[in-house]
Design a protein around this ligand. Structure first.
Ligand code: GLY
Length: 561
């Protein structure tokens, strides 16, 4: 491609200039970790410097995020792990939370059958059975090369020594302070209201991590850590029991695999909607050759928005936990079906979402999740998206253990067909049932080109996850950006319902917005939610590694030389 040629040409020119001036060449990057926090990325790279693989680095990075990124990093939530080994084997692990054994489809409804506000988002009843520690242990069992306790130790040290609060974090803590006090009491760790530059030491979390280091899965799901978790859930109105914790198992699942032009793409399958929706949208876009248009031009945006609209409509009807419902995966990704879906699209005028699918089924997810991408010098690659769901999950803090509990139960449809307290609606496929996993949008993704790993990418952002991953891939492969520019570029989002195109405020030309409005698109430009915080790694055909860390957050790429 043009970019590849340009980059190689630049590199050769640089080599020549450096050679003629007697300087040494910049060292090539051999691996990298890109995550939401510099500390976590650096810890992952330190593990690789000790000879660890991307799999070892993943465990250390994940646990470090638990310490220094407590709004989304977690031992008490869940996530999805996509991997590609140096030999080209691709797979995924689902360690999504599950509904407790005592859960029921109407657990968030009152006697009249109405949704009780806050019940599925705040407090103990919002908590799903955590999957993260079981997931990390399963990954270590299958792929780990360094000792488990050596991978947990950096997070223990970080918790004891403390991490420095950033300005963005200070704002985040301030915005939740009242809720932390109301739910957990004024003397608990995060009710203190830390300021930028403060050092947060979390001895209780260090002790929890020490038990996890010593006893692995049992260190979290059994013994005193489990006792404290169950007690805290119960005293805040929840129903998770020891039986729930003991029953939790992660599941190795086949990833979703599809082609987009010369790219071979792998992404997460159900219970995440990420892979299927990403595949649907890209396959609907493919015949339009969006690269022929300018980046973020009216035409390119119309094609992307209309494909998104159609895919998100399907999502709400067909997707949920594959262990509980039949998902017509092949039909949803069938090229003829997808081409037919786009038949009603014209460049003249916006399609109306009500014309795409009758009824009012809608969904959305909250915005606080985190993603990291890793490649190692051996050629292994890992893409992980993990979450507590809301920022700081249910806001319930287990003071004795030093961590927040998730509120992943809100990703279920509390009442199929009826909006929840955020005005969101879900389908029957995603109704609550004991032991069921709630539908996700998390989209950890691996891209191959010419049979080789080409990109590792993912993001937080609730329902905007899929469209942010999509735009990053298109920015690189259709609009010929380097990966950092692709990550930083202004983004937009459409999810069928509500029928609005959401723009990052102030980043789009008013003339472009006016052109879309003239074609009957409803526009929302004022700030309402994040549109992704993408962390990505690109590997060129010649093996050159470049990184993209999202400037919207504190995200940082740490290279391994
Ligand atoms: N809770 C965010 C997601 O799973 O997509």
């Amino acid at each position: 491609m043009k970019l590849l040629f340009t980059k190689n040409y630049c590199y050769l020119t640089l080599c020549l200039v450096l050679f003629l001036s007697g300087c040494t060449l910049p060292k090539p990057i051999k691996g990298a970790v890109v995550s939401a926090r510099e500390e976590a990325s650096a810890i992952g790279v330190a593990i690789m410097k000790q000879g660890g693989t991307a799999f070892d680095a993943m465990i250390a990075t994940d646990l470090a995020l638990t310490v220094c990124y407590p709004n989304a990093g977690n031992i008490s939530g869940g996530g999805f792990f996509m991997y590609r080994t140096a030999a080209g084997e691709v797979g995924s692990l689902d360690y999504r939370e599950k509904a407790p054994l005592g859960a029921s489809s109407d657990m968030y409804l009152d006697k009249e059958g109405n949704i009780v506000p806050n019940k599925s988002t705040l407090g103990g009843l919002a908590v799903g059975v955590p999957g993260t520690v079981a997931g990390l242990v399963a990954i270590h069992k299958k792929f780990g090369t360094l000792a488990w306790e050596d991978l947990v130790q950096p997070a223990i040290d970080l918790a004891r020594e403390g991490y420095l609060v950033t300005e963005k974090q200070q704002r985040s803590f301030e915005s939740k302070k009242e809720t932390f006090i109301a739910l957990n009491g004024p003397d608990t760790l995060y009710a203190q209201g830390f300021q930028a530059g403060d050092r947060v030491q979390n001895t209780a979390l260090a002790e929890t991590l020490e038990r996890i280091a010593m006893f692995g899965k049992a260190g979290f799901y059994e013994g005193p850590v489990a006792d404290d978790l169950v007690e805290r859930v119960r005293e805040t109105g929840g129903i998770i029991t020891h039986e729930d914790l003991l029953a939790y198992e992660p599941v190795w699942r086949d990833p979703i695999n599809f082609q987009y032009k010369e790219l071979n793409i792998y992404s997460m399958g159900p219970p995440s909607s990420g892979g299927i929706c990403l595949g649907q949208i890209l396959k609907m876009i493919e015949p339009y050759d969006v690269g022929q248009y300018e980046h973020n031009s009216v035409e390119a945006m119309q094609v992307i928005v209309e494909a998104e609209r159609r895919s998100y409509a399907d999502r709400s009807l067909y997707l949920g936990d594959p262990d509980f419902i039949q998902i017509p995966k092949d039909s949803l990704l069938d090229v003829d079906y997808l081409n037919e879906r786009m038949n009603s699209f014209t460049f003249e005028k916006a399609t109306k979402s009500t014309d795409i699918a009758p009824g009012t089924i809608q969904w959305e997810e909250s915005e606080e999740t985190t993603h990291y991408s890793i490649v190692d010098p051996m050629g292994n690659a890992v893409a992980v998206t993990t979450t507590l769901n809301g920022s700081y999950g249910s806001k319930v803090f287990v003071e004795k253990g030093g961590y927040f509990l998730n509120n992943e139960m809100d990703d279920f449809s509390s009442k199929p067909g009826v909006p929840n307290m955020f005005g969101l609606i879900g389908g029957k496929a995603n109704a609550i049932a004991p032991q069921k996993r709630m539908l996700s949008a998390m989209t950890p993704t691996l891209v191959e080109r010419n049979g080789k790993l080409a990109m590792v990418v993912g993001t937080p952002g609730g329902s905007t996850i899929i469209t942010s991953v999509l735009q990053t891939i298109l920015n690189v492969y259709e609009f010929e950006m380097d990966v950092q520019s692709a990550v930083s570029a202004a983004r937009f989002h459409h999810q069928w319902l509500p029928d609005v195109v959401v723009f990052e405020p102030g980043r789009f030309d008013p003339a472009l917005i006016k052109s879309l409005q003239d074609k009957d698109y409803n526009i929302k430009e004022e700030y309402s939610r994040i549109i992704g915080r993408v962390d990505a790694i690109q590997i060129s055909d010649s093996g050159e590694i470049t990184t993209g860390a999202d400037p919207r957050g504190d995200d940082t790429a740490v290279p391994l030389f």
